[in-house]
Ligand binder design. Structure first.
Ligand code: NAD
Length: 331
């Protein structure tokens, strides 16, 4: 059988091929790597495949799923945890097997949230460039001590909990908001209502999924509630934040800083080299003009350990499908 891998970057190919040798040994599976993202116009590339493997910015709406099914695809393997890009009801109606990687390395994303905050706060990205130019002046590099500050975590699942452990270890007061806070969180902080978290936190880090109920969770009203100068970190999904409202809050200096690994319109930009082109997204370009905004291109998951775990679980899901076994990661 053939498995077409969409949005396949060289590192995806390397990790999936390496793991295929162990996970799919004895089975006749050929991986076909397509660098393009899955959309209605590229679905045809899956012709002849019984399964496709997709990532965060591939489109899995009803029209795409119908096109895939019409081509003979029976299984959709998400090599990520979030599945807001999937029409699950349509997949069920079409009888498609769909599985994801619910957790591969929550610590990888939690550590990236910390890296973003530390960089933004202590301005090491600016210091790096200055020092290389022989400029050792400290003016403009003033940070604040995180120890003793209040950190608010929205979403206390695997990543939120890993983030809570880190900030607890730094000596921060940790607040968390989750409709179902896990009992384990009590060791690191206090579960509170979202409004209380917005009122009290010096740093807010988002770790909840993108759902209709969480879209623009951070809007103009939420931003106005935050402490003046609070810092916002988003490593979860771009549309948790209303970017226009965030820009206004940055301009008013209500928001003290923003660090994002995700962006609502990221599918047009991320995972591709646009350095020879102009960026056709005025909101994104505006964000990049603020000295207190730090952006990375959805790399929270990107550690060697996480890539291997993603490949192991993804191809394990395929093996379950091929062998007709119950798959614990099926949606
Ligand atoms: P998880 O399912 O373990 O946890 C999500 C938590 O959010 C749950 O505890 C849930 O109860 C809570 N939640 C749901 N609605 C909420 C709301 N309205 N307010 C507050 N909390 C709410 O998921 P996870 O593994 O911790 O991942 C969290 C998110 O991180 C994913 O949905 C994904 O979007 C994102 N992610 C990003 C990267 C990256 O590379 N940047 C990698 C993996 C995951």
């Amino acid at each position: 059988m053939r498995l077409t891998v969409f949005s396949a970057q060289p590192y995806d190919r390397d990790s999936l091929e390496a793991v295929a040798r162990e996970r799919l040994a004895g089975r006749d599976v050929t991986l076909v790597h397509q660098p393009v993202a899955l959309s209605l116009s590229t679905a045809i590339l899956a012709e002849g495949s019984q399964a496709v493997c997709v990532f965060v910015n591939d489109c899995l709406d009803a029209a795409v799923l119908e096109a895939l099914q019409g081509l003979g695809v029976r299984a959709v393997l998400l090599r990520c945890a979030g599945y807001n890009n999937l029409d699950l009801a349509a997949a069920r109606r079409l009888g498609l097997f769909v599985a994801r990687v619910p957790a591969y390395s929550p610590e990888a994303v939690a550590e990236h949230a910390l890296a973003l905050l530390m960089t933004l706060n202590r301005k090491t990205h600016r210091a790096y460039n200055r020092v290389r130019e022989g400029n050792f002046a400290l003016d403009g590099l003033l940070g604040s001590t995180l120890n003793g500050k209040t950190v608010g975590l929205v979403g206390l699942g695997q990543i939120g909990l890993a983030t809570a452990r880190i900030f607890h270890g730094l000596g921060c007061r940790v607040l968390g908001h989750d409709p179902q806070p896990p009992a384990a969180f009590a060791a690191y902080g206090d579960a509170v209502a979202l409004d209380a978290l917005l009122d009290e936190a010096d740093v807010i880090s988002l770790h909840c999924p993108l759902l209709e109920s969480t879209r623009y969770l951070i809007d103009a009203v939420a931003l106005a509630r935050m402490k003046p100068g609070a810092v916002l970190i988003n490593t979860s999904r771009g549309a948790l934040i209303d970017t226009e409202a965030v820009i206004q809050a940055l301009k008013r200096r209500q928001l003290g800083g923003l660090a994002i690994d995700v962006y609502e319109q990221e599918s047009e930009l991320f995972f591709q080299d646009h350095s020879h082109d102009y960026i056709d997204d005025d909101l994104f370009v505006r964000l990049m003009t603020f000295p207190n905004v730090l952006i990375t291109g959805h790399q929270g998951f990107f550690t060697a350990e996480a890539l291997r775990e993603i490949a192991l679980v993804t191809l394990g899901n395929l093996a379950d499908f091929l062998d007709g076994r119950a798959c614990p990661n099926a949606l």
